[in-house]
Write a protein that binds this ligand. Structure first.
Ligand code: FAD
Length: 377
């Protein structure tokens, strides 16, 4: 029986745990830095059919229907006047049982934890060092050592474990943008709506069938290194209000009346794709590569990566990084392009963007290449 350590209980680590739980050839343990998982958070997540297909392998269909939502379209609006520019029929990429889905992050985490026995997750613990002998000897922060056949690193965008394994500091870079998240009180569109404005965009979508909506905005913001590292700044009321004002001044919506549970944080992305080659140590999810969020693919790719890695380990093959590198490149340039297009400021370029969007969102070949290649791989 092969023994696997999973470092980090996010979407990628927990999805891998579910696959291992179903295969008696493997034993595994999860090591999580936090004291507990956040099962209350109401913020949302979009999952495209590529990850829904994989989640259905582990019983995603068992989630009660009222806790999830199946949007049919992505609507594009001018944030200033709420004028609709065009829409994409995302349901066209759906398969009979695999449909583009939106839900609360906490609903997904609860589902992923459901079949993982509590005893498999060790909280409040980090990996400190790995020694290679016949097996991998993992040294943990509680001074315990344990032997494993494989170590899978899934500790997210700031992956401290990546630096430990690589023996050098590998940090993501600040994307010169800040995310503003919240729950929107009233909204009357049941699909995904993207509102584009100068140097910002925001997205609203339902997270279940109970008329609860997620709001997420990405706002361009040049901050100093000191500001980015200052956690207090992101909780400071004046700072939050300045982000809200930026949107209020340039959009039809008044967020002061409409937004609850507001949270802001800086966005970090991977500087480059750095593959750390240590025998039987693998990286998945944001720890492998973290994308700009404007293509809503990070979690879907994290789930895909864990599935690819599981197949590789099971079949004793070495295709994992080759497959991932291609996919990461494809998703990364699309994410950057979306970000650029959504944030245009110059009226002439905005005009050209809107005309191009109207044309492209109805162009079969474009949709097949731009979205289909990622959603229906
Ligand atoms: C604003 C925004 C919106 C987004 N929206 C979407 C979306 O709609 N759809 C989508 O697909 N993606 C989206 N993403 C991306 C998505 O959230 C991430 O790609 C995804 O959460 C990555 O999953 P993960 O398992 O790799 O890492 P995480 O979810 O970050 O989990 C990492 C886990 O490791 C733990 N950990 C950290 N350090 C250590 C350590 N040293 N030792 C042990 N444990 C550790 C953490 O506590 C955490 O539990 C969005 C991202 C942002 C910023």
């Amino acid at each position: 029986m092969k023994k696997i350590a999973i470092i980090g209980a996010g979407f990628s680590g927990l999805y891998l745990a579910n696959l291992l739980e179903m295969d008696s050839n493997f034993d595994y343990k999860i090591y999580e830095k936090r004291q507990k998982l956040n099962l209350e958070e109401g913020y949302g997540i979009q999952l495209s059919v590529n990850s829904i297909k994989l989640l259905n392998k582990i019983g995603f269909k068992s989630i009660p229907a009222h806790q999830i939502y199946y949007p049919n379209k992505v609507n594009f609006f001018d944030a200033k006047n709420n004028n609709k520019i065009c829409d994409i029929d995302i349901a066209r990429f759906n398969e009979e049982n695999n449909r583009y889905t939106t839900l609360k992050r906490s609903t997904l985490i609860k589902f992923l934890c459901d079949k993982v026995p509590d005893s498999k997750i060790n909280y409040n613990i980090e990996l400190k060092d790995v020694e290679h002998s016949e097996k991998l000897i993992a040294n943990f922060s509680n001074n315990l050592n344990e032997n494993f056949d494989y170590i899978v690193v899934s500790d997210g965008v700031f992956s401290n474990t990546k630096s430990i394994i690589a023996g050098k500091n590998i940090s993501p870079k600040f994307f010169k943008s800040v995310a503003l998240r919240g729950n929107i009180k009233s909204h009357n569109n049941s699909d995904i709506s993207i509102f584009m404005g100068p140097n910002f965009h925001f997205v609203i979508y339902p997270v279940n069938q109970n008329k609860e909506y997620n709001f997420v905005s990405i706002i361009k913001k040049n901050l100093s290194q000191k500001q980015v590292e200052d956690e207090k700044l992101f909780k400071n009321n004046d700072f939050l209000q300045s982000l809200i004002s930026h949107i209020n001044q340039n959009a039809f919506i008044d967020l002061n009346d409409n937004l609850e549970n507001i949270k802001a944080f800086p966005i970090f992305v991977s500087e480059k794709l750095e593959i750390v080659n240590r025998k039987n140590v693998f990286f998945v999810g944001d720890a492998l590569f973290s994308f700009p969020p404007s293509f809503a693919q990070g979690a879907s790719q994290s789930i895909e990566a864990s599935n690819d890695l599981f197949e590789d380990i099971k079949n004793d093959s070495d295709r994992y990084y080759k497959q991932r590198i291609n996919k990461i490149k494809s998703v990364n340039w699309r994410s950057k392009l979306n970000h650029l297009a959504f944030h245009l400021k110059n009226p002439f370029f905005t005009f050209i963007r809107n005309i191009s969007l109207k044309y492209l969102t109805k162009n079969e070949r474009f949709l097949k290449n731009y979205l289909g290649k990622i959603y229906r791989n």
